[in-house]
Ligand binder design. Structure first.
Ligand code: ZN
Ligand code: ZN
Length: 264
């Protein structure tokens, strides 16, 4: 199985990641990818990107090195903001892609399953949200798997299968069994699924080996993954809501040199 889009990549704007958008795009091209989403951490994460970072993503070309660049975020649930997220809806509306996940030091460190689940259900019900990241982080941020997966199906929010959660060096070491359970439950429930690398360095962009093994074990087919190629990603996103900047992106060139039209 080959997946040609990576919906979860970080840059130096995340504070604890070490490559630029340009380096990530080059690595994506060399890995044969058609598309990457730039998903730097929202402001609630220590050293996360400032609001202005997300406002100004428009300055990055929509194609770099032949790779389509989707301008997004990995935001955080937030108990004190109006929309329950650490970026306001006016900013999220401008983004091509909105991912949200639970992270340390953002107000959810007690390991309270009910609190975490309620916060994430509120996030999932926001029509501007497209994906929840690494939901299987059971040790740090336990979630009610059935409630989350049912809501993801209802609101057409992607449940990420996070490749990094399966790597031995991961900070989320120990969450792989639960991440696998989420993949199985999401597939059974019919919720959208995507594999993300969660690259914090460009050489990890498009690295899906561990997650692909899990998909194979679970019998989850290629067709069930939103990130199979650029067209499937853009079709999914434009099918959910208008994306002012994504539509402006128009036509881009694939790594093989052909033109692809952004389809609605
Ligand atoms: Zn990070
Ligand atoms: Zn994350």
């Amino acid at each position: 199985m080959r997946l040609l889009a990576d919906l979860h990549t970080h840059t130096i704007a995340s504070g604890h990641a070490y490559s630029t958008v340009t380096e990530n795009a080059g690595a994506a091209r060399r890995a044969g990818l058609e598309l990457i989403a730039v998903t730097d951490h929202g402001p609630a994460v220590p050293e996360g990107a400032h609001l202005w970072h997300f406002w100004n993503l428009k300055v990055i070309p929509s194609v770099l090195d032949g790779v389509r660049i989707i301008k997004g975020c990995e935001a955080n649930p937030c108990l004190t903001s109006e929309n329950g997220i650490d970026l306001p809806d006016e900013v999220l509306e401008q983004l091509d892609f909105v991912a949200v996940g639970l992270h340390p030091l953002t107000g959810f460190d007690e390991g309270d399953r009910m609190k975490n689940t309620e916060a994430m259900l509120r996030v999932i019900s926001n029509p501007l949200v497209d994906m929840i990241t690494h939901p299987g982080n059971e040790d740090e941020f336990p979630l009610d798997i059935d409630a989350i997966v049912a809501a993801a199906k209802r609101h057409q929010v992607i449940v990420e299968i996070n490749d990094y959660s399966f790597t031995p060096t991961s900070a989320r070491n120990g969450s792989s069994a639960r991440e696998r359970e989420f993949a199985a439950a999401a597939h059974t429930a019919g919720a959208p699924i995507a594999v993300g690398s969660d690259a914090h360095y460009h050489l990890r962009v498009g690295r899906f080996d561990h997650a692909l093994g899990v998909l194979e074990d679970l019998g989850i087919p290629h067709a069930a993954c939103v990130n199979r190629d650029a067209e499937s990603v853009l079709g999914f996103l434009l099918g959910k809501r208008a994306r002012p900047r994504l539509e402006y992106g128009g036509v881009w060139t694939t790594p093989e040199g052909g033109n692809v039209e952004a389809s609605r």
